[in-house]
Design a protein around this ligand. Structure first.
Ligand code: PLP
Length: 387
């Protein structure tokens, strides 16, 4: 049986070997509850402390600014729904291309008499700084309750890989007195991320997107940001998210992030090389490459003329190649994705969109196999259409 070629790393990544090894003791021998005072449990408490320090160092934050969560979805929901003050007149600004973890959190608040403004993007998927400035300027001078509480813009888009101008967007946001959150789920561990340089107040991350385990992530919350607790109960996470910690997950996440940050430049170079090989191998096909030149290495969104993304996915699956039609979290939805619509891909191309996302385990042989499969499948479809 031939091997799978996994090219859906924006959906999830393979667990790093070192992260796996680091997790093992906490799944078996070292099972003490970190909150208990005896020495057996204190080792788990120390492992959590060291993991928090290690993660903070990777993003230039303080350890107390890292709050562990169950992943990106929870971090996004927490940041958006629980930013204080606790009023029901919250105003949010976000973009039309956010992940559904952000969009649906905003929608729920919208239903509860809060309001959300959605910024548009250009053809490359870049959020307009000017539009943000205009939206916030309109509210200048209005009572606090009528002004924006939080702006949430992703650091990199999951479907097309575009990296957003977060530093500038955060600066504009702060000059109008609002808080700034970024969803860095697709970026962290793949491009340099420094919360101080970016100037963000909150940042979401998810371990399984950077070769860590699934079901664990964190929310960076800058000191002084008035975030309300997620769970009430015990005193874990300084009382902000009660509940016994996922020790193995936290340890695995910290190790995976450290490994990826250490190898970041090398991985980036390799992935850009693989990307270029793949794209140049498709020369004879009619397609659009979506997104910006400034993108997450390895994230390749392609819209093929006259093709059907869903059918392509299944035909590639038959050849044991894993890709996605858009957002993996939305794979039951066969309509053109909100991101592809927002960047204005022409209809004859939009339906034929797939996302190939290469990761650090992919090889030249993988890329050659993907190119040759696409040449065969899409080449056949396009020949038929032009006949
Ligand atoms: N935000 C972005 C940009 C994502 O790509 C994803 C997952 O695809 C999420 C949030 C959700 O993360 P998680 O799967 O950890 O809940």
């Amino acid at each position: 049986m031939s091997q799978w070629i996994y090219a859906d790393n924006a959906a999830t990544t393979k667990l790093d070997d070192a992260a796996f090894e680091a997790m093992l003791p906490w799944l078996k021998e070292e099972y003490g509850n970190p909150s208990q005072p005896y020495s057996f449990s204190q080792k788990a408490k120390q492992a959590i402390r060291e993991s928090r320090e290690s993660i903070a160092a990777c993003i230039n934050a303080e350890p107390e600014e890292i709050l562990f969560t169950s992943g990106g979805t929870e971090s996004d929901n927490w940041a958006i729904k629980c930013i204080g003050p606790d009023t029901d007149t919250k105003k949010i600004v976000t973009s039309v291309i956010e992940h559904h973890a952000v969009l649906n959190a905003c929608k729920r608040l919208d239903n509860n008499r809060a309001e959300a403004d959605y910024l548009s993007v250009d053809k490359q998927g870049i959020v307009s700084r000017e539009e943000l400035r205009q939206v916030l300027e309109l509210q200048d001078g209005a009572p606090r309750s009528q002004r924006t509480t939080i702006v949430s813009i992703m650091l990199a888009n999951n479907e097309i890989g575009t990296i957003e101008p977060i530093k500038e967007l955060a600066f504009i946001t702060h000059s109008h007195g609002a808080w700034f959150h970024t969803d860095a789920v697709q970026a962290l561990g793949h491009i340099p991320v420094d919360v101080k340089k970016l100037g963000v107040d909150m940042m979401s991350a998810s371990a399984h997107k950077f070769n860590g385990p699934k079901g664990v992530g964190f929310l960076y919350v800058k000191k002084g940001v008035p975030l309300l607790p997620h769970n009430d109960g015990g005193s874990q996470e300084r009382g902000m998210r009660a509940g016994t910690e996922n020790v193995a997950g936290i340890v695995g996440m910290a190790r995976a992030l450290k490994v990826n940050c250490h190898d970041l430049e090398e991985n980036q170079k390799r992935l850009l090389l693989l990307e270029n090989m793949l794209i140049s191998g498709l020369d004879s096909l009619a397609f659009i490459r979506n997104g910006s030149d400034n993108h997450i290495p390895g994230n390749i969104s392609l819209s093929f003329k006259d093709a059907d993304g869903e059918a392509l996915l299944h035909r590639l699956d038959f050849k044991r190649i894993c890709v996605s039609t858009g957002s993996a979290c939305d794979s039951v939805n066969t309509q053109i994705s909100h991101v592809i619509k927002a960047i204005g891909v022409p209809e004859s191309y939009a339906k034929g969109t797939i996302r190939i996302s290469l990761g650090k385990s992919n090889t030249i042989a993988d890329v050659e196999a993907i190119s040759s499969a696409l040449l065969q499948i899409v080449g056949g479809i396009q020949k038929e259409a032009y006949r």
